[in-house]
Design a protein around this ligand. Structure first.
Ligand SMILES: Nc1ncnc2c1ncn2[C@@H]1O[C@H](COP(=O)(O)OP(=O)(O)OP(=O)(O)O)[C@@H](O)[C@H]1O
Ligand SMILES: [Mg+2]
Length: 680
């Protein structure tokens, strides 16, 4: 519990001035309650007993001490007050009741406003700190966290903290002081009766204790269900297409209903736990009053023992004024339980340590013209081994391609380069610097990444590209878009670069999104380029165009390129084949093809999908089937079969393939194409 106060106080400390002022106003408000009762007594005495002998000044002197200076000033200013009460004097005395009420309300308002002012700001700071902390947590954290749960903790739980703390602060000092004042006044008027009236109150501790325990459990469950609800909503709204496509509306609705039902049932428990003790208190208060009246009616001697009217009214008034603070105080405990569980959920996140942090003394990192070394890397996601014994050097300015079946660890390897994760063993060095010794910002600034899933923000096209480099001019953004072959489709949008692309870029096609992401990378102009399936969503024609732009971009940069379509990576200086997290082959395209290993097999598999083109080629070859020196020919020119297959697998059109054969002139190519086109 102490830890809870300490942690909350850390956030409230900057606002302690207003907080203190608010608490002081609370105390003043409490004192006004006492003053009000005393004033009521004076007024009742005056009105009901009509003791005409006393002067107004004498009545005023019976008011609490802190009002004395006011009274003295009044009697000096209005000498009439010193004579027996005139109608004006009586009205003046009666008007003290609204006057004290006014002060009481003013102090109550200031107390609530100021404490809430401080609580709101403290919680806003907590929320900001939480957001900042979450943003900087590693990818490992986000791969386990549920977005909805995080949202709920940042919004819901901090809101609960604010409500509780705001209410708690407003009552924690004010209410006990009010009670003390009221009991003081009551005792001063009727000591025996006061004792009688409050003797039953301790019974109300029973429901407070019983329900206190329940509320702790239910508050925690309630907050967890609120998080479930927001998770569910987040998933449903973001995955709405799939929900529609698979007609999951009913299933999701049933889930939503069930979670809401559980949420409500816990919430009702919390409401019960808050309300039952406070209503019991009120009932016990009534019981106390009844006891008092029974005592006054039967046990006291009407001739001498009965209290006078003013004193009795004051006493009853103090009893009734005691209820609200006692009620508040009975709720206090439950509210604290609620706050504690919200607090736990919030601080649990704040206590999550970031595993990827800057070193204490970062060394500057120079990525341009530096080789990248992956040295003896082993990496696991939790229990699951993903990369094993990776040794790889990427020379400065080289293009290396990572290939391998799905799940072989290609993306993971690039994640290690960007320090989204740190390896369990081994190191990644750029030049001679271990990337863990450099500042994260310094490292990531020098790498442009096009991810496998394109991530865009619900903003304008311009701002989405500008993410690549802060402060880029419009001209630079447009140039990057042109290079990525995005300019044309952007200009087709009514608002052009100012078009809003919707959440996650829904207003764009998959290929368009990818081109925006590429434009971003082009704009970033970083010495290292990481392309993870950067062109996978593009049709062959756009891919070729974007590929050309990328090739231009790769000049003078170190590029790591991942592609399933092997056609896109043949120009790579080095092709690295990964299988089950290990490097099993490396080499140039031709070399790997000759080796007839895994790469060759993957290649052949992809070739199969281009069987149609192979048929076309065969047709050309068979038509002109003169064989020279045992080789098939096109228009009498010998062509190596391996050559043909290689070009075919490259994903180029037949025309482009034919153009590669320098021995064929333009007419030959035309004739070949015409031949396949008419199928003769
Ligand atoms: N965040 C994660 N937590 C746990 N396991 C993961 C995580 N990300 C990936 N994996 C696992 O690690 C392995 C390698 O994944 P990785 O994304 O590197 O594959 P990949 O080679 O890029 O595959 P693809 O070609 O399909 O993109 C996979 O088996 C995958 O299931
Ligand atoms: Mg991948």
């Amino acid at each position: 519990m102490r830890a809870f106060y300490r942690r909350i106080w850390a956030f409230a400390r900057p606002y302690q001035g207003r907080l203190f002022l608010g608490l002081v106003c609370g105390i003043l408000c409490a004192l006004m309650n006492g003053a009000l009762l005393l004033v009521v007594k004076v007024v009742v005495d005056l009105v009901f007993q009509g003791t005409a002998q006393r002067t107004v000044a004498q009545y005023l002197e019976r008011l609490p001490h802190f009002l004395r200076p006011l009274v003295e000033r009044l009697t000096q200013a209005l000498p009439a007050l010193n004579s027996p009460p005139s109608p004006l004097g009586t009205v003046l005395i009666i008007s003290l009741i609204p006057a004290v009420m006014l002060w009481r309300s003013l102090f109550a308002y200031l107390s609530i406003y100021l404490t809430n002012w401080a609580a709101l700001r403290a919680i806003a700071d907590l929320r900001t700190k939480l957001f900042d902390h979450l943003q900087n947590l590693s990818l490992a954290f986000f791969s386990h966290a549920r977005t909805g749960d995080l949202l709920s903790r940042i919004t819901n739980d901090t809101q609960i903290l604010h409500n509780v703390i705001g209410g708690w602060l407003a009552s924690v000092i004010k209410d006990p002081v009010t009670l003390v004042c009221l009991v003081g006044v009551a005792v001063s008027q009727q000591p025996v009766l006061t004792l009688l009236a409050i003797v039953v109150l301790p019974v109300c501790l029973v429901p407070i204790i019983v329900y206190g325990r329940k509320v702790r459990k239910s508050a925690r469950a309630m907050q967890a269900h609120a998080a479930d609800l927001s998770s569910l909503m987040h998933e449903c709204f973001t995955g709405n297409r799939i929900i529609k496509a698979y007609s999951l509306e009913e299933t999701v609705l049933a889930q939503f209903r069930e979670t809401t039902r559980q949420y409500i049932s816990h919430m009702l428990r919390v409401i019960r736990a808050n309300e039952i003790p406070s209503q019991v208190t009120e009932f016990l208060g009534g019981l106390g009053v009844a006891l008092v009246l029974v005592y006054v009616g039967f046990a006291t001697d009407p001739a001498k023992g009965r209290p006078d009217m003013g004193a009795f009214v004051t006493f009853l008034g103090s009893l009734f004024l005691m209820y609200p603070p006692i009620k508040n105080l009975t709720r206090l405990q439950n509210q604290l339980h609620q706050a504690r569980s919200a607090n736990q959920r919030v601080f649990e996140l704040l206590d999550t340590v970031n595993t990827i942090t800057d070193p204490p003394k970062p060394v500057p990192l120079q990525a341009s013209r530096a080789d990248i070394h992956f040295e003896n890397l082993d990496f696991d996601y939790g229990e699951k081994p993903v990369l094993r014994g990776i040794n790889l050097t990427v020379k400065a300015g080289q293009l290396i391609a990572l290939v391998g079946s799905s799940g072989s660890g290609k993306t993971t390897l690039t994640n290690l380069l960007l320090r989204f994760y740190d390896p369990q063993r081994g190191a990644v060095r750029i030049g001679t610097t271990d990337i863990r010794q450099a500042a994260i910002e310094d490292l990531r600034r020098q790498i442009a990444l096009v991810t496998q899933e394109t991530i865009l923000f619900n903003d304008t096209v311009r701002n989405n590209i500008a993410v690549g480099r802060k402060g880029a001019s419009d001209a630079e953004i447009e140039a990057a878009a042109r290079h990525a072959h995005a300019h044309e489709f952007i200009m087709q949008k009514p608002l052009g670069y100012d078009a809003i692309i919707g959440e996650k870029g829904v207003a764009l096609s998959g290929g368009q999104r990818q081109r925006i992401a590429i434009a971003r990378a082009i704009l970033k102009n970083a010495p290292i380029l990481v392309l993870d399936e950067a062109t996978s969503a593009l049709d062959t024609e756009s891919e070729r165009a974007v590929q050309a732009a990328l090739e231009e971009l790769m000049q003078g940069r170190t590029t790591i390129c991942i592609a399933h379509r092997l056609s896109t990576i043949q120009k790579a200086d080095l092709i690295v084949v990964l299988e089950h997290g290990r490097i099993i082959e490396t080499g140039g395209h031709a070399e790997l093809m000759r080796a007839r290993g895994v790469y060759h097999k993957l290649y052949e598999l992809q070739l199969g999908s281009r069987a149609d083109s192979v048929m076309d080629y065969r047709k050309i070859i068979t038509v002109d089937s003169k064989v020279r020196n045992g080789l098939p020919c096109i228009r009498g020119m010998p062509i190596a079969v391996a050559d043909i297959l290689e070009y075919l697998a490259s994903g180029m059109s037949l025309e482009d393939v034919l153009r590669k054969h320098s021995e064929l002139n333009r007419d030959d190519i035309k004739a070949c194409l015409a031949f396949t086109a008419d199928g003769s």
